[in-house]
Design a protein around this ligand. Structure first.
Ligand code: 7TS
Length: 420
């Protein structure tokens, strides 16, 4: 039996979770779009921000704005304390062993590029192999293609089945003595599939292959503990985790990060510079060249505080319940086919509709106040695998409600009327 490494995935009645009260924390939700109440179902692209995050950003800019790690004045001290405090919060949130393992980057994309450049520079040679999967976001394909081209290495791709699940025995066959890294999503953004990463990581480690998990779509939906999963790298984006845009995290095990060369050079990442020789700073600063996104880091820390207050297991259980409710409705919608029907899914539904292009579905839904994404979701190989040009995707957050799922279903009925 493969498990996902997810605590609290069970569906069922959620008792203590008051979604109407939660919604009050997200001021943006309370608005009309085209004269209809906003139904925001594009959370996989970016999620909305609670007041606690907005307030943390405001407080920083109004009271504490200064650069970090450099000045003796009080504002800089306060900014540094808040910045490093956020790093500790995120260490705890991810269950990392040490705060030096938390590197601030722009987002998942930059985190993966950092590993591709730095780990790639040090550890990848001609003929080496990197394994990914068919269900990748482009940001976990292209950096490896660039690296492989540069190093004459080989990219291998593990297949998925018709439900959108990874075929684990096929993945296993791809792991060879030449495999230097396995990089894969914890959760697929286009299909919703939750991968059995704990088993896969153990399988890779038994062959001494490190594993990078793209956590862009798992961090917002479930409790993640990087030490329990035993992944070597874990990347996520703050803006999908109810935090600000422009900030994300790369977690890496200390020994690996220590062995890797810097990704970018500049201020803060050095301990001394002469024209003859530069000595790099210790972790995590070695990987944080230049003035970081200070306010956004602090905002992300506030997002993590907020999520811990609500409870990641509560969030997971509530969303699983909502997904089950929505899936049941979709199964009964004539002419609608869900793309991605894995047994273990995060809270999104990707679908196609007979005779209607996804962009037209998205446009009609928008007129009803319903925000979804239509397109290839930066996962074109997934579209190719299912032989569709695009899908419409409704992706749920813990502030979404059954009423909103009903509105989506009514919106789809409307699409059918318009295009009948
Ligand atoms: N990996 C996955 C699995 C993602 O879903 C995304 C963004 C990324 C990486 C890249 O994250 P970024 O924050 O660096 O851009 N996914 C989506 C999406 O599904 N719709 O819009 C962005």
């Amino acid at each position: 039996m493969l498990t996902t490494g997810v605590a609290g995935l069970a569906t069922g009645t959620v008792t203590k979770f008051d979604v109407d009260r939660i919604r009050l924390d997200f001021p943006i939700l309370n608005q009309q779009v085209h004269g209809k109440p906003l139904v925001y179902l594009d959370n996989a692209a970016t999620s909305q921000k609670p007041r606690a995050v907005l307030e943390a950003l405001r407080r920083f800019y109004i009271a504490d704005c200064a650069n970090v790690h450099r000045a003796v004045h009080l504002l800089s001290e306060r900014a540094t304390t808040a910045y490093e405090g956020a790093r500790k919060k995120i260490q705890k949130f991810l269950g990392a062993a040490d705060e030096r393992e938390i590197i601030f980057v722009r987002g998942t994309t930059e985190a993966i590029n950092l590993v591709a450049h730095s780990f790639g520079k040090k550890f990848i040679n001609a003929g080496d192999e990197i394994v990914i999967t068919t269900m990748e976001h482009h940001s976990n394909i292209v950096p490896w293609q660039i690296l492989c081209e540069d190093k004459k290495a080989v990219l291998k791709v593990a297949p998925i089945n018709d439900a959108g699940e990874l075929i684990v025995p096929e993945l296993e066959k791809l792991l060879s003595p030449r495999t230097k890294l396995l990089s894969m999503p914890h959760v697929s953004n286009a299909l919703g599939t939750i991968n059995p990463v704990r088993e896969i990581i153990a399988m890779a480690h038994s062959r001494n292959i490190p594993v990078l998990l793209d956590g862009a779509q798992s961090a917002p939906h479930m409790a993640v503990n990087v030490q329990e999963l035993d992944c070597d790298f874990y990347a996520f984006s703050g803006h999908k985790l109810y935090g600000p845009t422009g900030i994300g995290v790369l977690y890496g095990k200390t020994a690996l990060l220590e062995a890797m060369p810097p990704y970018q050079g500049g201020g803060d990442m050095i301990s001394s510079v002469t024209f003859e020789k530069t000595i790099y700073n210790r972790l995590p600063y070695k990987f944080e060249a230049g003035t970081p996104a200070i306010a956004n880091v602090i905002g992300l820390g506030a997002a993590v505080d907020y999520l811990e207050q609500v409870g990641m297991n509560q969030i997971c259980a509530y969303e699983q319940d909502l997904l089950a409710y929505a899936t049941d409705k979709f199964e009964r919608l004539p002419g609608v086919r869900m793309i991605g029907t894995a047994r273990e899914k995060a809270s999104l539904i990707s679908f196609v509709m007979e005779g209607v292009h996804p962009h037209d579905i998205g446009t009609v839904l928008d007129q009803e106040g319903i925000a979804v994404r239509a397109g290839h979701h930066c996962a074109q190989p997934v579209m190719d695998r299912f032989n569709v040009p695009a899908t419409t995707r409704a992706s749920f957050a813990f502030y979404n409600t059954r009423r909103e799922v009903d509105a989506l279903v009514e919106g789809i009925e409307k699409v059918r009327e318009v295009f009948a």
